[in-house]
Design a protein around this ligand. Structure first.
Ligand code: APR
Ligand code: PHB
Length: 408
């Protein structure tokens, strides 16, 4: 393999390329999807370079959900990065659903015999970064102007600039793990992609604060004032959300206003016993469902948020990224170890089957638990559905089975 060869050459677009690298899989994006794929491939002896446009500190500063399905935990174990997660993550055997002050526990263990692990996505990313650094695999941060070339042809390449220098990576395959706003999906001709999208008419305002949680399990609460979620990161740190207007700005939400609104929605008993504290992070995120099909174009394979977005109700984003990556890893291993294209050819359909089941579930959780300002008929249907959930073991099983994660 030619690595780090320094020579000046002109590409077809006549740019001077100062540095040319060669790898088997060029991975665009060092979020959880890109780093996890890099780690799985490394352990199989498949060479990959990870390209990221931000700094590692910036990547670690993003606060995202923190609920891992058992399947995700197994993938992280396979990648050799589950040590700290087993020590520090906490096993949750249920969640609570609140409706207008009443609550019902959804007992995962009793209903479907499973559980999830609460462990922040930031920590998963940190563990993956540390593992990559420890094994000396190549990651290149702070790259600019990333472009994909010849993705449908025989010589796929990724060009970028680093510190003003034009660089290019020759590879066999490109893994597009660069999130919703990345360059990978946009490199596919629009006529080759079918896009499905739903934008919800509200956002989530999230607060991170160093106070002990007054709840042992996550509480998803639907109230006449809108949705609220009580979550946590550890025995001393909470993550809480309220449904807000898309027009709202973070500056309009003082900590006092946030906690006041949260308490009004989460249920009187919880409000009475909870403590509040200054926010250490506060942000507003819009909610959308989005899927781009297929997840492959020539030598380019999309994984994670680059191909799909789900609203955070149900915490499926990271788990879907992990299942895509697992399928892509298996397909690449089949190619390099067994010389078979079968896994690569089946990747998109296999990943999309699981993606759509999580898109459906997240859409369902979102529509049931949020207040929409739409017609009265829909409001009544939502209320009836939640009543059914409270009263029916079958409905609770369906929720539990989806929440803990359908099989990989
Ligand atoms: N070149 C290189 N890197 C890029 C580019 C680009 N042109 N565009 C974006 N990136 C990087 C981003 O800076 C980010 O670090 O790609 C990474 C994508 O990471 P995520 O957005 O975290 O997406 P993914 O790894 O698929 O993770 C999916 O994590 O982001 C959450 O909500 C998401 O929970 C879901 C899961
Ligand atoms: C979180 O802890 O941030 C979190 C948990 C569950 C969700 C969404 C977010 O559904």
């Amino acid at each position: 393999m030619r690595q780090g060869m320094l020579h000046v050459r002109r590409t077809s677009s006549e740019t001077l390329v100062a540095k040319r690298l060669r790898t088997q899989v060029a991975i665009v994006g060092a979020g959880p999807a890109g780093l996890l794929l890099g780690q799985l491939l490394h352990r199989e002896g498949i060479d990959a370079i990870v390209l990221e446009r931000r700094t590692p500190e910036y990547v670690l500063g993003r606060i995202r959900a923190g609920v891992l399905e058992q399947g995700t935990v197994r993938v992280l174990e396979h990648a050799g990065v589950a040590g700290r997660l087993h020590r520090e993550g906490s096993i949750h055997r249920g969640i609570e659903i609140g409706i207008d002050g009443r609550r019902r526990r959804i007992d995962f263990e009793a209903l479907v015999g499973g559980s999830v692990v609460v462990y922040g996505q930031t920590e998963v990313t940190r563990d993956l970064m540390d593992a990559r650094a420890a094994c000396g695999a190549r990651s290149i941060y702070e790259v600019e102007d990333v472009r994909l070339h010849d993705i449908a042809g025989r010589t796929p390449r990724v060009s970028y600039r680093q510190h003003g220098e034009a660089c290019e990576i020759e590879c066999d395959f490109i893994a597009g793990c660069d999130g919703y706003h990345g360059v990978s999906r946009r490199s596919i001709p629009p006529e080759a992609l079918q896009v499905y999208e739903r934008i919800y008419p509200f956002g989530w305002l999230g607060v991170l604060a160093d106070v002990p949680p007054a709840w042992e399990e996550l509480i998803y609460a639907s109230s006449p004032r809108g949705f609220a979620l009580a979550s946590m990161r550890s025995a001393t740190r909470v993550r809480c959300y309220v449904q807000c207007s898309l027009e709202d700005r973070v500056e309009q939400w003082s900590d006092e206003r946030f906690w006041d609104e949260f308490k009004r929605r989460i249920g009187e008993d919880v409000a009475a016993r909870m403590s509040v504290g200054p926010s250490i992070e506060k942000s507003i995120a819009p909610l959308r469902s989005f899927v781009a099909e297929p997840m492959r174009y020539g030598k380019l394979f999309l994984a994670g948020d680059a191909a799909h977005i789900v609203p955070p109700t149900g915490a499926k984003g990271l788990n879907l990224a992990a299942s895509d990556v697992w399928y892509l890893y298996e397909a690449l291993r089949e190619f390099y170890v067994e010389g078979s294209d079968r896994g690569l050819d089946g990747y998109s359909a296999r990943a999309l089957r699981r993606v759509w089941s999580a898109v459906r579930f997240s859409w369902w959780m979102t529509t049931q638990l949020h207040r929409f300002s739409d017609e009265a008929f829909n409001e009544r249907i939502r209320a009836a559905e939640l009543e059914y959930l409270f009263g029916s073991r079958a409905a609770q099983c369906a929720l539990a089975e989806n929440y803990i994660g359908l099989p990989l």
